[in-house]
Design a protein around this ligand. Structure first.
Ligand SMILES: [Zn+2]
Length: 396
């Protein structure tokens, strides 16, 4: 257990002192939600659909694998997703894009990991104000047609079309069961009843009470893999590390848990720790006879600027019950029924406007002479799926 888990699993005099703050926080949130529901406060609507995917507790390790599952689902359906969010709790900066070249301090660990794993197939923007972030992203990437906000469960200023909440049921009754700042819960568990879907991880026995309307989908973590930092499409399994000589590099904050997690490997490990907050440079990665360097992902993502193909980090992909796919796509279908939304979609190639042909269920780019199909209510904005329009066919 690290310090935050210890803190959230106990009730000490400090927790009792913080408890009134939790109470005020939850009363404030409940009133706000009531006002938004009664339309006394209006949420800002972004032109394209917004999916909020967040966890009910802080420190939920399954949220990121769930997010990647959802992104892959959207992409395989022909959509062009983008990720927005604050990125990390104390981010007070203007909207910025997170890429492999981003400054680690400004970008935050999780957005950097996403930038590495999704490898420029899905823009990621972060900043203090999620609405500004969404607007800035869409200006830079008009081809994106669905936004995923991977935090902001409580940020009701941003209108959401779908809300998915990730819950880890194995968090022994959600730590000490208290709401932030005294406990790990972001809201009362009754909040789950307002979601469109709940994703649970960590055991089927203790399903949370989500009411009759909301469906629960189980997330299962897959076998641990190791991802190459320079080429994230390259992965290896733990058994492939047998009998290898591996150099482990980690900052002090992550070293203990990381080395513990590698105990099962049948490999010869050497361990090198760095002060927390250490700025990794090329110098830390001198050429030696070591073939493989293993780092916790939180440290590895800070080394994206270092061109060293020996750096790997562990990752567990997730598999979510397929019913969630239908829940998400059905919500999006309802949104894309609106011709106004189809009107603002642009061609992913030339970023120019498209002509909507209702009869053929196609979106046409005149300059590229391409017809993008609308399949089962979802616009498939992929060049390889588009029909190329023969010269004899008139485009009106
Ligand atoms: Zn075009």
């Amino acid at each position: 257990m690290n310090w935050s888990e210890l803190y959230w699993h106990r009730i000490t005099p400090l927790h009792l002192l913080l408890w009134p703050a939790s109470l005020i926080y939850i009363i404030f949130q409940t009133i706000r939600r009531y006002l938004y529901r009664r339309a006394a406060l209006t949420a800002v609507k972004i032109t394209i659909p917004v999916i909020v995917l967040d966890s009910i507790t802080a420190n939920n390790t399954e949220k990121l694998p769930a997010l990647i599952w959802v992104i892959n689902l959207l992409k395989s359906s022909g959509l062009r997703p983008a990720i927005i969010g604050r990125g990390y709790p104390d981010n007070y900066h203007q909207p910025m894009a997170v890429t492999n070249a981003s400054n680690a301090k400004l970008a935050g660990d999780e957005p950097l990991l996403l930038a590495n794993m999704l490898h420029q197939t899905c823009p990621i923007w972060i900043g203090y104000n999620r609405i500004e972030v969404a607007k800035a992203l869409l200006q830079a990437h008009p081809e994106c047609n669905v936004l995923i906000c991977n935090d902001g469960l409580q940020d009701l200023r941003l209108h959401r079309d779908t809300e998915i909440i990730v819950v880890n049921t194995s968090h022994v009754n959600f730590g000490n069961g208290l709401i932030m700042p005294a406990g790990p819960l972001r809201d009362r568990l009754a909040r789950l009843k307002d979601a469109d879907a709940v994703v649970t991880a960590g055991g089927r026995q203790q399903a949370p009470d989500v009411g009759k309307r909301v469906r629960i989908f189980q997330l299962d973590l897959q076998e641990q893999k190791y991802v190459n930092l320079m080429r994230p499409v390259l992965t290896i399994s733990a058994s492939e590390l047998n009998d290898q000589r591996i150099h482990v590099m980690a900052s002090e904050a992550n070293a203990q848990y990381f080395v513990d997690s590698l105990r099962f490997l049948k490999a010869a490990l050497t361990v090198q720790t760095f002060a927390s907050g250490h700025k990794f440079t090329q110098k830390d990665f001198q050429p030696t006879n070591i073939q493989m360097i293993l780092m916790p992902w939180e440290d590895a993502v800070k080394c994206m600027g270092i061109n060293d193909s020996r750096i790997w980090y562990p990752w567990q992909e997730s598999l979510i019950e397929p019913g969630l796919r239908e829940v998400i796509l059905q919500k999006l279908r309802e949104k894309f029924m609106d011709p106004k939304l189809l009107d603002i979609l642009v061609c992913p190639l030339c970023k120019g406007p498209l002509i909507y042909r209702k009869d053929n269920q196609e979106l046409i780019c005149k300059p590229d002479r391409l017809a993008y199909p609308i399949r089962d209510g979802i616009p498939v904005m992929l060049e390889e799926e588009a029909r190329s329009i023969p010269p004899e066919e008139d485009i009106k």
